[in-house]
Design a protein around this ligand. Structure first.
Ligand SMILES: [Zn+2]
Length: 527
């Protein structure tokens, strides 16, 4: 059996526990059906199909449908190479991008009628070198027919804007005068949201209301390509990957619950300050702001290295809700050592009332199925997928990329971070992880596939996540551990707050290794 290089360090974290807090209990009988994917497939519209219930020990961590338990030996040739992790954490001392877009979002939500009204002000500075005659705004709720109703659209002074055009989720908004480089302008939207029945990150399910990609946003503007907007990809009634590309922005958000708010718990991308019944949030340097609202959450919180790690789970998963904070604490510690400490005050880990997992800024959602089938050992999807989602706080949130065109830049890395976690904390399970998570699927496809590849979610998972993890391991084998970890850290630090691309990744590798990667690229990448 081939053994993967291992590294280890002493795990220490302060467990400052907060007692479980109970809101209303809803007794739900679970007809558990699992699709254990990491931040990828969402069912669209139709109810989730009935899939075979997983065994206690779940091996098909990324399966959208049951597949035979893999028994094949690992195909990754690796040499055992003990690795020392970087010795100390490094403070996050990276210049912040200036003139960031600011979102003021005032949300009034009735959880029980699934109805919301929002007043939104976007303050935008033209950071390009060209004058802009229009602004383009993406309105993700428009993907759900009838969900978004615009009441008014005005400029910053409240004067109605005329002549704007709507094309699907894309609004083209003419400016009264061209916006010169460095100039600032504002748009004010007032709208209603009728939240759809949808088991996913936007909409309402039996136990939860989720608000991700719930407000109009201004996409990144590329000097050569213009506005970076991609359509969502749906195949076989499932969303494939993520289509939103967002740049680092600042958020001031308020949330008012109008009905029985004493029963309701709110998980969000940032901690709340409550004043006179309204919750206020401030989050700087984030790509989005998300909520998950429920009257059925049980919460648990620990603090590690000053970061609050708080879980929100359903009643039957309270034990797993405690475990997930401890797994997340380990992951935050490891990734903090590899890159830089998690830079936010809090991370929320929310049980998703649907069958996939998803990362947001300051928050991750992990399927209730993963929680329900937590088996109290590290050989379980909760232990596999929590580090995956946590690693997206670096490779998605801090280091952005084009999730539609180059999803490997966050998903291949996040999948590989699962095994980095196992190498550190459960080295005896590293081979198990490779067999069950990756190699047993005999994945095919190009690592740098986009979300529009043919074959839908299974092809996407195989190419981007699984071949991606194999590529990362082979890259590590070719250039050696020292160069590999130095280059990954270099990539992370030099692209923090930015949108990175393939060239940025390989430039970081080249700064630490002269190894010839042509054979590797020919094997894994489409040029
Ligand atoms: Zn992921």
């Amino acid at each position: 059996m081939v053994k993967i290089g291992q590294f280890s360090f002493l795990v220490e974290w302060a467990g400052c526990e907060v007692p479980l807090r109970k809101s209303t209990i809803l007794l739900i009988v679970l007809a558990a059906a699992l699709a254990l994917s990491a931040c990828a497939n969402q069912q669209v519209g139709a109810p989730v199909g009935s899939l075979p219930a997983p065994q206690v020990q779940v091996s098909e961590a990324t399966l959208a449908a049951a597949e035979p338990s893999p028994t094949k030996e690992a195909v990754i040739p690796t040499t055992a190479r003990p690795t020392a992790l970087p010795e100390t954490n490094q403070a996050l001392d990276i210049p912040k991008p200036e003139n960031r877009t600011h979102y003021q979002l005032n949300l009034i939500l009735n959880y029980y009628t699934r109805y919301a009204v929002v007043d939104e002000t976007i303050t935008y500075t033209n950071r390009s070198s060209q004058s802009l005659t229009e602004l383009v705004v993406v309105v993700p709720p428009k993907y759900f027919p009838g969900s978004f109703s615009l009441r008014s659209l005005t400029d910053g002074n409240g004067s109605p804007i005329s002549g704007w055009q709507e094309n699907g989720v894309r609004f083209s908004i003419p400016l009264a005068a061209p916006l010169a480089p460095g100039e600032k302008t504002s748009l004010k939207f007032s709208y209603q949201l009728n939240l759809p029945s949808h088991e996913g990150t936007y909409g309402v399910s039996g136990r939860q209301t989720n608000l991700t990609n719930w407000y109009p946003y201004i996409p990144p503007f590329d000097e050569e390509k213009g506005w970076i907007i991609h359509p969502q990809q749906v195949e076989n009634n499932m969303l494939v990957g993520e289509y939103v590309v967002a740049e680092m922005s600042d958020f001031d958000v308020s949330l008012q619950l109008t009905d029985r708010q004493e029963l309701i718990e709110v998980a969000a991308s940032a901690p709340a300050e409550e004043k006179n019944g309204t919750r206020y949030y401030h989050l700087e340097l984030a790509r989005g702001f998300s909520f998950s609202v429920s009257d059925s959450y049980f919460e648990h919180e620990i603090t590690q290295d000053g970061v609050r790690i708080r879980s929100y789970v359903f009643m039957e998963a309270q034990e797993a809700g405690i475990a997930v904070t401890e797994i997340a604490a380990q992951a935050l510690k490891l990734f903090g050592q590899l890159y830089y400490p998690y830079p936010r005050e809090m991370i929320s880990i929310v049980a998703a009332d649907f069958l996939h997992n998803m990362e947001m800024d300051g928050m991750v959602m992990i399927s209730y199925g993963v929680f329900d089938f937590y088996n109290k050992t590290p050989k379980t999807n909760l232990t596999i997928l929590t580090p995956h989602e946590i690693s997206h706080q670096w490779f998605y949130s801090m280091v952005g990329s084009d999730q539609a065109q180059e999803p490997w830049l966050d998903e291949a890395l996040a999948t590989y971070h699962e095994v980095l976690y196992y190498q550190t904390y459960h080295p005896d399970l590293v081979q198990w992880w490779w067999n069950n998570r990756v190699d047993g699927f005999e994945p095919k496809g190009y690592v740098n596939s986009d979300i529009y590849l043919s074959g839908g979610y299974p092809s996407y998972r195989d190419a981007v996540y699984l071949r991606g993890a194999q590529f990362m391991q082979e890259l590590r084998d070719v250039i050696g551990d020292d160069a590999f970890f130095a280059a990954l850290k270099d990539y992370a630090v030099s692209n923090t707050y930015q949108l990175a691309g393939r060239n940025d990744f390989f430039a970081a590798i080249a700064r630490h290794s002269q190894a010839d990667l042509n054979a590797l690229l020919a094997k894994f990448f489409r040029n």
